[in-house]
Write a protein that binds this ligand. Structure first.
Ligand code: NAP
Ligand code: GDP
Length: 340
């Protein structure tokens, strides 16, 4: 429940934000700004020479506000009065964490997304770019997957909690547009990796997990255990490339419909090829063992980047092996502070 005074503050904030929007000023608040993707956006802006004139960027962590809590969400919007939001904050994990925590992924992400989008609407935020994932697409489908297919069938059972919560962002965005004319949109990245990833072996995604496992196997002279058969296929995107695309979407992309941000279909690799790339980058000389007792998850989720290519035909992605090497080097150099 909010009091009349609190409504006045919200309305005043919405009015100020609308005025700033008219002058072209952008105050961008990035939820989940301390994670893999948030840190990459911060780096890309630094590489550009800092924020553009008229832009101010604020990167939030969960310490600034627990976005599962509506009061904390409103307080952080009140504090920063963003005109634009990049919404990254989420409960995130690899296949094995998803398999055991479907309920938490569903509930936590649903709460975070509803709080962020509704509060953005109430405060008059002009644009929100949220983050979906290609694992939310139907499991039984035709390939390549494209943006029109999000709701065309159930997702893979391993991560249905996360997938349905993420799909609902698209429902939010279309409904805010229909009912209020809001231009809230979403991007759909494939598997992301890079510096500042979560390198936890049990909870994280395949590449950071393999990087830490290889590092330990190298140090202890043991074998590298790759989980599953190594046959599933993935399109990996380097976090720095994704960050450049995120900034473009924020500044230039005006559709409510989501857009897939991915390398081409021809750049899809098997888990074995990904493991080989890590082994090469860390110069691991030991034995590599495939533990077939562990799950493979979804076999593939090959996505089309044709829509992206229509907008940005000349965008260049960092070559996979170069990006893997940079990530491994970052992990080794930052071993003490890396999330693991
Ligand atoms: P990440 O490294 O795990 O970072 C998650 C971020 O969310 C952190 O900044 C974390 O804050 C914040 N956060 C988590 N729970 C929160 C809460 N209750 N309240 C406020 N903030 C909270 O994740 P990421 O890989 O950068 O993912 C960013 C986005 O990309 C997510 O929406 C994810 O679903 C999407 N995505 C990721 C991948 C991938 O392969 N990683 C692929 C496709 C899409 P603290 O640092 O304070 O904990
Ligand atoms: P997904 O792409 O959403 O399925 O999530 P992941 O990034 O966790 O990738 C899972 C795929 O990598 C499955 O085929 C796993 O069997 C395989 N894999 C191999 N080794 C590992 C590992 O150490 N960690 C994880 N998370 N997956 C691994």
């Amino acid at each position: 429940m909010r009091t009349t005074g609190q409504y006045d503050i919200v309305l005043l904030s919405a009015w100020i934000i609308a005025m700033e929007g008219d002058t072209g000023k952008m105050r961008v608040m990035v939820t989940g700004g301390t994670g893999l993707v948030g840190k990459a956006i911060e780096k890309v802006l630094q590489d550009e020479g800092g924020a553009r004139e008229g832009e101010e960027w604020i990167f939030l962590s969960s310490k600034d506000a627990n976005l599962m809590d509506v009061a904390e969400t409103r307080a952080v919007f009140q504090k920063h009065r963003p005109t634009h939001v990049i919404h990254l904050a989420a409960m995130v994990g690899g296949l094995f964490k998803n398999m055991t925590h479907n309920l938490s992924f569903w509930r936590n992400n649903l709460h975070i997304n509803d709080n962020v989008l509704q509060t953005a609407h109430e405060f008059g935020v002009l644009k929100v770019v949220s983050c979906l994932s290609t694992c939310i697409f139907p499991d039984k489908t035709t390939y390549p997957i494209d943006e029109t297919m999000i709701h065309s069938g159930p997702p893979h059972e391993s991560n249905f909690g996360y997938a349905y919560a993420k799909r609902m962002i698209d429902v939010h965005n279309r409904a805010y547009f229909k009912q209020y004319g809001r231009k809230y949109t979403a991007v759909i990245p494939t598997n992301v990796f890079g510096p500042h990833d979560n390198f936890n072996i049990e909870d994280g995604h395949v590449l950071p997990g393999l990087i830490q496992k290889t590092y330990i196997a190298q140090r202890e002279g043991t074998s590298l255990q790759v989980w599953g058969s190594g046959r599933p296929r993935r399109q990996f995107i380097y976090s720095h490339d994704l960050a450049r695309l995120f900034v473009w979407v924020l500044r230039e992309y005006n559709e409510v419909e989501p857009i897939i941000l991915s390398v081409g279909e021809e750049d899809e690799v098997s888990i074995k090829e990904a493991a080989d790339a890590v082994v090469e980058a860390l110069e691991f000389k030991g034995e590599v063992v495939y533990d077939k007792s562990k799950a493979d998850g979804q076999f593939k989720k090959t996505a089309s980047n044709a829509k992206l290519r229509k907008y940005l035909p000349d965008f260049t992605f960092t070559p996979f092996h170069k990006a893997i090497k940079e990530t491994c080097d970052w992990f080794v150099a930052n071993y003490d502070i890396a999330r693991k």
